[in-house]
Design a binder for this molecule. Structure first.
Ligand code: ITT
Length: 201
């Protein structure tokens, strides 16, 4: 059985492989969107994580005739009213420039003192089937934003988010530790029953 992963973000692919394998879902081939270069990227025109995840999953399921999963995710900062949110990957202008995005955000928050530095990661995990059937679930990870980055693990804003109940940032956790508590782990574990059904069909 083949499941198509509607993402070009290599960090997400790595985390998803580990999350789904740990959930006991390892009897299928996970193929990335890069295996279908003829399928154009969708415009992420939704206004929520769920809408964008569904747009990405449906586009690939329709184009390939295979079940497709997508992840739309980001960091939502309390004092910024939830920004960067769905714009997290291009907050500083250039899509996927993690370092610039993180530095701009830290600069914007330089005057904000605890306890006003609360934020959460959010992830919408979507599954779409070629017949148009869809499932979407959300996961979150709540924490506090540091003033300076710490750690080399993970990606994106991981070096500045310290999860509630931890003294380290997400980038200082091991991959397994991060996946066990992360927004992505929570969302994709909730999607597992629908994934099993789709893969057995
Ligand atoms: P695809 O659309 O191809 O999946 P993308 O990187 O464009 O890849 P998104 O639009 O969902 O994906 O943006 C996700 C951004 O949110 C990502 O670039 C990070 O800045 C941030 N982000 C998401 N999950 C994160 C995590 O686990 N740790 C740190 N930052 C994360």
């Amino acid at each position: 059985r083949t499941l198509v992963l509607a993402t070009r973000n290599a960090h997400k692919v790595g985390e998803l492989n580990a999350i789904l394998a740990a959930a006991g879902l390892d009897d299928f081939d996970l193929v990335g969107a890069d295996a279908f270069p003829e399928v154009p990227d969708v415009v992420e025109s939704g206004v929520t994580f769920a809408e964008n995840a569904l747009l990405k999953a449906h586009a690939l399921a329709k184009a390939t005739g295979l079940p497709a999963v997508a992840d739309d995710s980001g960091l939502c900062v309390d004092v910024l009213g939830g920004a960067p949110g769905i714009f997290s990957a291009r907050w500083a202008g250039k899509h996927g420039d993690d370092r610039a995005n993180l530095e701009l955000l830290l600069a914007q928050l330089s005057d904000i003192q605890p306890p006003h530095r609360g934020a959460h990661f959010a992830c919408a995990a979507a599954l779409a089937l070629p017949d148009g059937t869809e499932h979407v679930v959300l996961g979150t990870l709540r924490g506090t934003l540091r003033f300076t980055p710490a750690g080399n693990g993970g990606f994106g804003y991981d070096p500045i988010l310290q999860p509630d109940g931890y003294e380290v940032t997400c980038a200082e956790l091991t991959p397994d530790q991060k996946n066990a508590i992360s927004h992505r782990g929570e969302a994709f574990r909730a999607l597992v029953p629908a994934l099993r059904e789709a893969l057995q069909a």
